[in-house]
Design a protein around this ligand. Structure first.
Ligand SMILES: [Zn+2]
Ligand SMILES: [Zn+2]
Length: 243
């Protein structure tokens, strides 16, 4: 339990780091993060399809829970929140109501809760799966922190509020991991199925559109680099325990 709490805490720190990076003068440092988003999308989809889904099918109706995870994120990020997309927010006109910032935080918060669930559920199955899912989370964590900070700033909130929003996402990641620790060992498949649905949504419906919008073949190819990175990590981690 201490292991996955440590990984969840590190992921939480990355949320905070992303939010702080956006509110400092070093915003030019954000450009390379687009490549993290692209590689993260490839890595997350590979982890979900190749490792999370097969493991989740050990519980009945696993794919129903995958579907609930997938559309749960859609519900909170794209219907409850009036305006949300991954990446730096450049549409202040869409966020005139200060509540829009909080609703975006709620939407991203639901996804973030499941970042913690994925890490904890992974470690409950095997150290190898836990480490793989931690990498999948880390790859998009700093961009996630700067996304929420930029939404808050675009909505007219202060720098302190923007950093606070990043901290809230971090706390929710840890809360997700803690909540999963209460799940009985033989029910962990449900946590994996839900978080697989969330992971697929975040990668395919939040991150990949961001990669395509920003454009450029180099960025597009980086998605495949994420697949290669996954294959490499999976191969290196296998001695840690059977999947
Ligand atoms: Zn926008
Ligand atoms: Zn996330």
């Amino acid at each position: 339990m201490l292991t996955y709490l440590a990984f969840a805490a590190a992921a939480a720190a990355a949320d905070l780091a992303g939010a702080m990076l956006l509110t400092t003068a070093h915003r030019r440092g954000l450009a390379p993060l687009r490549y993290c988003v692209a590689a993260g999308a490839g890595f997350m989809l590979a982890a979900a399809f190749v490792r999370m889904l097969p493991e989740a099918t050990q519980v009945p109706h696993a794919f129903l829970f995958v579907l609930i995870g997938y559309f749960g994120v859609h519900l909170f990020e794209h219907t409850v929140a009036p305006h949300f997309h991954f990446g730096e927010e450049v549409h202040p006109e869409a966020l005139v109501d200060p509540a829009a910032g909080y609703l975006a935080l709620l939407g991203l918060g639901v996804h973030t809760l499941f970042d913690g669930v994925a890490i904890a559920a992974g470690f409950m199955v095997s150290p190898a799966l836990g480490a793989l899912l931690s990498i999948a989370v880390f790859l998009h964590k700093v961009p996630e922190g700067f996304t929420i900070a930029s939404v808050m700033l675009a909505g007219g909130h202060s720098h302190a509020m923007a950093i606070g929003a990043g901290a809230v996402l971090g706390v929710l990641t840890i809360a997700g991991a803690l909540a999963t620790s209460l799940v009985a060992e033989h029910h962990v498949g449900y946590a994996l199925a839900l978080s697989a649905g969330v992971t697929i949504y975040v990668a395919a419906s939040d991150l990949i559109p961001e990669v395509n919008r920003e454009g450029g073949p180099a960025l597009g190819f980086t998605v495949f680099a994420g697949l290669v990175l996954f294959a490499l990590a999976d191969w290196l981690l296998t001695p840690l325990g059977a999947h």
